[in-house]
Write a protein that binds this ligand. Structure first.
Ligand SMILES: [Zn+2]
Length: 485
């Protein structure tokens, strides 16, 4: 048996990306098949796909430190692809040679390698191909698109108001939609906000080009899209980092299509948006957190109620974007009181028939512990045999020892079987009431303690409640409680 660890990282360059969970599942399957022991603390997830933080790769550094440590806790690092381990060949060579000195291998489960020299050669080729592919692809795509944009070409989906008539054909105006576009520009010039316009569009039953509802940001996008004055724009949005590119990177060229909006209206709208944006102070997300964030849902649309710290209130976040028609405004004080009252009512009722029982994977850590005990006992078996072979123990002593150890192993194995097949229905009503009462009491004491911070309160609530639905019209709150066993 070897000891292994998993390194999981998501790359945006890869078209065939697997989710972190899927990578973990495949890696664990591989480890199981190949007799590699992976304990929970040896699973390293790299959070954050891009940006400066990812360059430092904290999980990776932690793993390397572990692999280098004198106790030699791991023999092998498993990755889904070599490109997940290192981002370029240079990095790969540096870390792999360092690991080799510590007798730690790096294995890519989807890129099996032959042994020996050929194996290392193939490994280099895999890495080199990944790197080449990712650099070359982005250069080629950008170059082609830029040339097209400068020539006034038309790729991708058409903005609302235009119809695509074929590849490299000039798009034509959809008169019905164009009328709405002009109305949107006029409304904005006459003082309507993005949100008000989005709500107006949704009330009219107008659907966006993707068939969805309008939001404040889609309205803003429409108002800032130079396509409506006959231009073609490229390199506007950085999908990789989900942000708009700086103006000097954006390419705008004259198009061949008919404009829907006159230059005068366009200029007026742009001037207004620019002053509007300057006046708008973005909220700092960290100041908006509340322990109830994400736990309470709007009964009309199912979206979460978002917290506005400056106003001390909650409301359906889709309503604030113009996507939900029913305001679920509630003051923070009132929501907190109602949530605590709801939990207390449930506790007093002692009626938990509707509690959702969840089996957590906590069993697996217990099973891990038992497996480790069995491993140790197996070593004791070998040592007992050695003692007999070396003449230290008599045959009787060895037999006695052996039977004792084997019995212990057997009983541990039975425990594992029991743990892995424990049934949800096994829980009796008395047990349910007792566990739920204990659990609610524990959480309530944290929630009601004024010294608890919002993280502690939030976690306490999440240990007993799946979600809360707020129905403003009927002034009712419904709670979905759960018990994890
Ligand atoms: Zn809503």
């Amino acid at each position: 048996m070897k000891n292994g660890c998993l390194y999981i990282r998501v790359s945006t360059d890869d078209q065939l990306e697997l989710s972190p969970d899927a990578q973990e599942r495949l890696l664990l399957e591989y480890a199981h098949k190949n007799d590699i022991l992976v304990s929970k603390e040896h699973i390293f997830h790299e959070n954050g796909i891009s940006g400066r933080k990812a360059d430092k790769r904290p999980a990776f550094q932690q793993m390397i430190a572990l692999a280098k440590s004198n106790e030699h806790p791991i023999d092998v690092i498993l990755v889904w692809k070599f490109s997940r381990f290192a981002r370029n060949q240079e990095e790969s060579i540096v870390y792999k040679s360092l690991l080799k000195r510590n007798n730690v291998d790096v294995v890519s489960i989807s890129e099996p390698l032959p042994d020996g020299m050929i194996g290392s050669l193939v490994e280099r080729i895999f890495e080199w191909m990944d790197e080449y592919y990712s650099i070359n692809l982005s250069v080629e795509v950008t170059r082609g698109m830029t040339e097209n944009a400068l020539r006034g070409g038309y790729q991708g989906s058409m903005p609302f108001g235009y119809i695509h008539t074929g590849h490299k054909e000039v798009p034509v105006i959809d008169e019905e939609q164009a009328r709405i576009v002009r109305e949107v520009f006029d409304m904005f010039l006459n003082g309507s906000t993005f949100t008000q316009i989005a709500r107006w569009l949704n009330n009219q039953g107008v659907k966006s080009t993707r068939g969805g509802k309008f939001e404040n940001r889609t309205v803003r996008y429409m108002l800032q899209n130079p396509f409506y004055v006959g231009k073609v724009r490229w390199n506007y949005y950085d999908r990789k980092n989900s942000k708009y590119k700086s103006t000097d990177e954006v390419i705008i060229a004259d198009g061949k299509h008919e404009p829907i909006i006159s230059q005068d209206v366009w200029d007026g709208v742009q001037a207004k948006i620019n002053t509007h944006i300057r006046e708008y102070k973005p909220r700092d997300v960290s100041t908006c957190k509340h322990w109830l964030s994400g736990m309470v849902q709007c009964s009309s649309c199912g979206a979460s109620l978002g917290y506005c710290k400056s106003g001390h209130y909650f409301n359906c976040y889709k309503y604030t974007k113009g996507l939900c028609e029913h305001s679920h405004f509630i003051t923070e004080k009132s929501l907190v009181e109602n949530v605590i009252a709801g939990i207390e009512t449930k506790l007093d009722s002692r009626d938990f028939y509707d509690v959702h029982i969840v089996r957590t994977s906590d069993n697996s850590s217990q099973i891990d512990i038992l497996r480790k005990k069995i491993d140790k006992l197996n070593i004791r078996l070998i040592k007992a045999k050695d003692a007999y072979m070396d003449g230290i123990d008599s045959l009787e002593e060895y037999k006695e020892n052996k039977t004792k150890i084997q019995k212990e192993i057997e009983s541990l194995q039975n425990d594992i079987v029991e743990l892995s097949s424990a049934k949800i229905e096994d829980i009796s009503n008395e047990e349910l009431v007792r566990k739920m009462t204990d659990s609610i009491n524990a959480s309530l004491s944290v929630i009601k303690d004024e010294n608890s911070d919002y993280v502690e309160k939030g976690n306490a609530l999440r240990r007993i409640v799946e979600k809360i639905v707020y129905d403003k019209e009927n002034n009712s709150f419904s709670f979905m409680f759960y018990l994890s066993i």
